[in-house]
Design a protein around this ligand. Structure first.
Ligand code: G6Q
Length: 554
């Protein structure tokens, strides 16, 4: 395997960058009235406008050359065929199988995995409908009013993001709550408002060993038992989503109420599996199927479209272009929809846990920047906080604008303003405001002489700041499915370009190991071998824990 910098394409791209880096987007648009038409793509109902990027046809051709040289097509086909491409964990990567429609086949090691996928999907959707319609009741026969998903990371971020995004679509009869943090304040804050007889807990954990999830689930069960239920009632209030039936049983959950998935589903790629149960509870079986269909449509596009017209491939290449040739260390994602408020957090995990790596599959250093920092907030709110830095800060920060067109609410005027702001921001970043224009504005406002000169530099916008706009027709499950699959495949392509394994996450292990050791040391007085800072902090933590314990004593 080649380091990205060892490819022929890289050398030519570096030379080409020296030329195009100074090109002005305003000029590129002036030179080519067809630029939007030529540099936008439709797939899965989405439109990607990538025309406001600092590139030209030659840049794109060279980047496609890089994708070819790095074997994107073969890698993609290997993933879809179920080859064990997660090589540090010896697993296939088949979240795409989870959204395949009934009647599809997918042989992995000579076995068609689809019957099992469909069996769990149907059972999970039936269960969700049963709860929604009030057929599933608590131990005393009460209908369920509140559902609490207990899970973290991949077992939380996807369902949480999607439930927020699609809120109101399926008229859920229950309120949904998400508890992820081991900070007991989160669980306590939720439980305080709930009636134990009417609460259903979904414990979502692929491994069923994650300390945060097991701690929260254990406390939730204790709360249930302290509020009128007995051991035998637990089965009516707890269901599990996991790959480990043994541990689910040991916890006291009836495995008849467990929804399984497989080791070839990575946590951050799992919202399409039974991990998506809260989504099905929120929007119903039909909505969940539409979510899968949207993603499947993007999968087909990714597999079938030529590289130069392939939306995830283009998005990935543009991301690499800024990261490695312009040195952009972050990517800002701004959805112009409050319902997509959790999207940046979701993408943070998807992108940074997948590609935040420095070592290639063959163990050598990648040698160039990999995943940028992903961050963002919904617009228009973000305009009133960090957009100052996007417009006038010294760093180049590419932006992905996400723009859903149609909305469900009927408040007049709002959507017009929201869309206008989204379009205006990408334009403002690109065109900027030069000296002549600012001078004219200041003069028109009555300023002159020293006063004008003093204000002038503060009012300048350099412009030439790039962005993509992903246009969604609406905030339907189908559109959301396509959007998430788009980013999944973008991340996959970037992983291939950089030569990293996008599907492991060894970087989260060290902190976990140390936390478990330090948790033990907080209970004892003897100190482990630590540096002076860690010892000092442990001592302060012990004092804090002792004060909390003495406050709790009657
Ligand atoms: C995702 C990661 C990670 C995982 C959580 C929860 O890709 O693997 O975020 O989802 O650590 O793990 P469990 O589902 O096993 O509790």
């Amino acid at each position: 395997m080649k380091r990205p910098t060892e490819t022929d394409a890289w050398r030519v791209l570096a030379e080409h960058h020296a030329v195009i880096a100074t090109a002005s987007l305003n000029q590129l648009f002036a030179d080519d009235p067809q630029r939007f038409r030529r540099m936008s793509l439709s797939a899965g109902g989405l439109v990607l406008d990538y025309s406001k990027n600092r590139l030209d046809d030659r840049t794109l051709a060279l980047l496609i050359g890089l994708a070819v040289e790095q074997g994107v097509v073969d890698a993609r086909d290997a993933m879809f065929a179920g080859r064990a491409i997660n090589d540090t964990e010896g697993r296939a990567v088949l979240h795409t199988a989870l959204r395949k429609h009934a009647g599809s086949r997918l042989d992995v090691g000579g076995v068609d995995v689809m019957p099992e996928v469909l069996e769990v999907r149907e059972r999970m959707l039936d269960f969700a409908e049963g709860v929604r319609e009030g057929r599933w009741t608590g131990h005393a026969g009460d209908t369920i009013t509140d559902i609490v998903n207990i899970g973290i990371g991949g077992s939380d971020l996807g369902p949480y993001m999607a439930c927020e995004a699609l809120a109101g679509q399926g008229r859920p009869r229950q309120r949904l709550h998400f508890v992820s943090n081991v900070d007991g304040a989160q669980l306590a804050g939720v439980l305080d408002r709930l009636d134990a007889r009417r609460t259903l807990f979904v414990v979502a954990s692929k491994t069923f060993t994650t300390v945060e999830t097991m701690t929260n689930a254990t406390s939730a069960r204790a709360w249930l038992l302290a509020n009128g239920a007995c051991e035998r009632d637990v089965a009516k209030h707890f269901v599990a989503v996991s790959t480990d039936a043994g541990r689910v049983r040991d916890f006291g959950i009836d495995v008849a109420n467990m929804f399984g998935f497989w080791d070839w589903v990575g946590g951050r790629y799992s919202m399409w599996s039974a991990v998506g149960l809260p989504i099905a509870l929120a929007i119903g079986a039909e909505g969940f199927r539409a979510l899968l269909a949207g993603a499947e449509c993007m999968d087909r596009h990714f597999v079938e479209a030529p590289l130069a017209a392939n939306m995830p491939v283009i998005l990935a290449l543009i991301g690499l272009w800024y990261r490695d040739f312009f040195g952009a260390a972050s990517l800002c994602v701004v959805p112009y929809a409050q319902a997509l408020a959790r999207l940046p957090a979701y993408l943070q995990q998807l992108e940074m846990e997948s590609n935040g790596k420095s070592v290639m599959r063959d163990g050598r250093a990648v040698g160039v920047g990999t995943c940028p920092v992903i961050w963002g907030e919904p617009g228009t709110n973000a305009q009133h906080s960090f957009f100052q830095l996007l417009h006038q800060g010294p760093d180049l920060i590419p932006v992905d604008f996400i723009m859903p067109l149609e909305v469900a609410h009927e408040l007049p005027g709002h959507q017009r303003l929201l869309l206008a702001n989204c379009i205006a921001q990408s334009k403002a970043l690109m065109v900027g405001k030069g000296e002549a224009e600012v001078r004219a504005e200041l003069s028109a406002a009555g300023l002159a002489g020293e006063q004008l000169e003093r204000l002038l530099p503060h009012k300048l916008f350099t412009g030439n700041r790039p962005s993509n706009t992903v246009v969604m027709p609406d905030l339907s499950p189908t559109s959301l499915g396509a959007l998430i699959a788009l980013y999944e495949h973008k991340v996959f392509v970037q992983g291939v370009l950089w030569g990293v394994n996008s599907f492991d996450q060894w970087g989260v292990e060290l902190g976990k190991q140390l936390a478990s050791r330090i948790a033990g040391e907080l209970d004892r007085d003897s100190d482990g071998a630590h540096d002076a800072s860690t010892l000092g902090l442990i001592e302060l933590a012990r004092q804090g824990l002792a004060r909390s314990a003495s406050r709790r004593k009657p």
